[in-house]
Write a protein that binds this ligand. Structure first.
Ligand SMILES: Cc1cc2nc3c(=O)[nH]c(=O)nc-3n(C[C@H](O)[C@H](O)[C@H](O)COP(=O)(O)OP(=O)(O)OC[C@H]3O[C@@H](n4cnc5c(N)ncnc54)[C@H](O)[C@@H]3O)c2cc1C
Length: 600
């Protein structure tokens, strides 16, 4: 593997990153820590103090006043302005600090969706694509919370296939207004929003355009609140546009630029969702440990039982690993932003292109984060036993609320396929990532110095395993590509197998580099030992997922000798990892139990 290629999204799969280049959460600044604490205080005071029963019963339709009231309190603290520059009344945070907000606000349960729509999809289209007039007109109100924002892309017949929407716009005779007609669905904050980012096609255009639409323009009917499985303290409605008159100056970005805009905004939404998932996993872990320590069965706290420790150890491992990857990526996005500004890009272009650079990582993180969260809330209920099934404990709400994270911001299937498709595009169309060159060396390298059992140094064996996972991806993707050629895109099961290898590799590498950096910085011995155990545990699991995914993929396209040879190579790359997962999980769980909460 070549050395890292600088700030190049997706290049992790063909190059080797060094620990000192990676940002790790242990390096958060005082400002970042203070923001996290302030947001947690807000969640404790305004949400948790209601008691889980009341929070669980919150339903946007019946309790819109509580939702609005909480929104007002969040705005008073400046929280509506986390993504907005100081000159427009926002907090002017960099991207990685914005992720600290997303992680911590996740503890406000479904209110996180309400404020998330305000600070992310509802306002970022103006932040990244607006002209000065549009920014001056709308951003101060959104930052102060005076204006509630929403993002209206999805339609009854256009979900994952967002560009197929039927909502359309035509210029009026006078050339002063676009006349908007159509219907939107599942619009978060829609019940009480003042400003909507609406995507529609102008005349017979092939692609969507985007508009800033004020409720005050008229011609908008707001549907009734959806009765939902979870995130009940968030408003979700349909919108109906009938001859809604939008001034021409409210066209956002270029005509037909809306689809690209929607995709770019989703890059940001995806990594923020992953940061929120980290917050959710930590919360489930904290609650589970608190309960497990005081719940006695068979004359022992249930936290003494291996079956319970196994779940706690796994939750903490997931939180640590996904967190490592989230903040590594967030920092790289900030660095890329600075690099682009230094090269003369405008603020808007630098923000958009820095995010686009890391589209592969954002998609990966959305999938791994939301699925890690699903595990944590499910096992959280299990640790609470019957109490987990009761509304009183709050776990059932976490379980219901978490489910949406695998659906919105692009379903996990779409994100899996996107991560692989984008990598292939960068490799074979844009020629930005040398996938072919990296693949050529794989069979030769396999029989030289890559036996992980011979590896030396701190986490040396684990470093080799991560490099082998990269080679596994290169091996399987190249062999599948040779065999299926263009048909590979239609073999979605295989693409999803590849996405799983890609995702596990990135997250495993991020956790590994974090702990290697800590060791290089001379971290405390005990801290290092537990964090090393977390890395080993995550790699143990990642290896199992990758092994199975590779086997599935190979068996799906290859037969006979080709299958035998490729599978043998894959077996070599994923050979058994010599650790004791039971002991590792117990070690991690014990550290959490001793601290009484997630302590890493
Ligand atoms: C509570 C909630 C809040 C939301 N908030 C907003 C919001 O604020 N603004 C907004 O614009 N939208 C919002 N959405 C919409 C959300 O983004 C969509 O639901 C999501 O993108 C999926 O679209 P869909 O529901 O039409 O599902 P579909 O696209 O119909 O997908 C159904 C299934 O088919 C699969 N599928 C679809 N296409 C493919 C393909 N090409 N290959 C393989 N599998 C495929 C999907 O993965 C999924 O499993 C929200 C949704 C919900 C439920």
């Amino acid at each position: 593997m070549s050395k890292n290629q600088g700030l190049k999204g997706g290049s992790f799969i063909v190059s080797q990153e060094v620990a000192k280049n990676v940002f790790i959460p242990e390096e958060f600044s005082e400002e970042q820590k203070m923001l996290g604490e302030m947001v947690q205080d807000f969640c404790n005071k305004e949400i948790h103090s209601m008691g889980s029963l009341k929070v669980a019963k919150l339903n946007a339709e019946d309790n819109m006043d509580i939702v609005k009231d909480t929104f007002q309190k969040a705005s008073d603290l400046g929280l509506c302005g986390v993504s907005i520059a100081e000159r427009f009344g926002g907090l002017g945070l960099d991207f990685n600090t914005g992720l600290v907000f997303s992680e911590n606000i996740a503890q406000s349960f479904s209110f996180a969706t309400t404020i998330g729509a305000q600070t992310s999809i509802g306002s970022l289209p103006i932040v990244y694509y607006g002209n000065e007039d549009q920014k001056e007109k709308y951003l101060p109100g959104i930052a102060s919370g005076e204006l509630v924002a929403a993002y209206a892309l999805t339609e009854p017949t256009a979900g994952s296939d967002a560009n197929s929407g039927k909502t359309h716009a035509t210029l009026n005779k006078e050339g002063t207004h676009y006349i908007l007609n159509g219907q939107k669905m599942w619009i978060t904050n829609g019940g009480f929003a003042d400003v909507f980012i609406v995507f529609a096609k102008i005349d017979d255009d092939k692609n969507l355009s985007a508009f800033i639409v004020e409720k005050a323009f008229g011609g908008i009917e707001i549907g009734k609140e959806e009765a939902k499985l979870g995130i009940k303290a968030s408003s979700t409605v349909q919108l109906f546009f009938t001859n809604c008159e939008v001034p021409i100056e409210n066209l956002l970005g270029e005509r037909q630029g809306g689809f690209k805009m929607a995709l770019n905004i989703l890059n940001s939404g995806r990594i923020k969702l992953a940061a929120g998932s980290v917050g959710g996993i930590k919360y489930a872990c904290d609650k589970s440990v608190e309960y497990a320590k005081q719940r006695v069965q068979f004359n022992k706290p249930i936290s003494d039982f291996g079956a319970v420790q196994q779940k706690i150890g796994q939750m903490a491992t997931l939180a640590f690993a996904v967190e490592s990857a989230v903040y590594r990526t967030g920092y790289n996005i900030d660095q890329k932003h600075q690099e682009l500004i230094a090269a003369g890009a405008s603020e808007n272009d630098a923000s958009i292109n820095a995010l686009r650079e890391y589209a592969i990582e954002c998609a990966i993180l959305k999938v791994v984060g939301s699925e890690g969260l699903a595990y944590a809330v499910d096992q959280g209920i299990q640790i609470f036993g019957g109490m987990g099934y009761s509304m009183e404990a709050g776990m059932e709400m976490g379980y219901r609320d978490a489910r949406i994270t695998r659906i919105y911001e692009g379903t996990n299937e779409i994100n899996r396929m996107l991560s692989v498709a984008e990598l292939m595009k960068r490799a074979y169309q844009a020629k930005e990532i040398d996938l072919m060159g990296a693949t050529k060396g794989v069979p030769v390298q396999m029989f030289s110095a890559i036996n992980p059992f011979n590896a030396k140094g701190f986490l040396g064996k684990e470093s080799e395993i991560v490099e082998n996972l990269k080679k596994l991806f290169l091996l399987v993707s190249a062999a599948a590509g040779r065999k299926l050629k263009l048909k590979l895109v239609d073999e979605q099961e295989i693409v999803m197998n590849l996405a799983d290898i890609l995702g596990q590799t990135y997250v495993a590498e991020s956790a590994l580099l974090r702990v290697k950096k800590l060791q290089e910085q001379g971290a405390d011995k005990d801290e290092l030992e537990t964090k090393k155990a977390i890395v080993q545990l995550y790699i143990y699991e990642a290896l199992a997922i990758a092994r199975k995914s590779a086997e599935d993929a190979i068996a799906s396209y290859a037969k006979g000798t080709e299958k035998f040879v490729t599978q043998r190579l894959a077996d070599t790359l994923t050979m058994t990892y010599d650790v004791n997962p039971k002991d590792l999980r117990r070690q991690v769980a014990q550290a959490v139990i001793n601290a009484g909460k997630y302590p890493f």
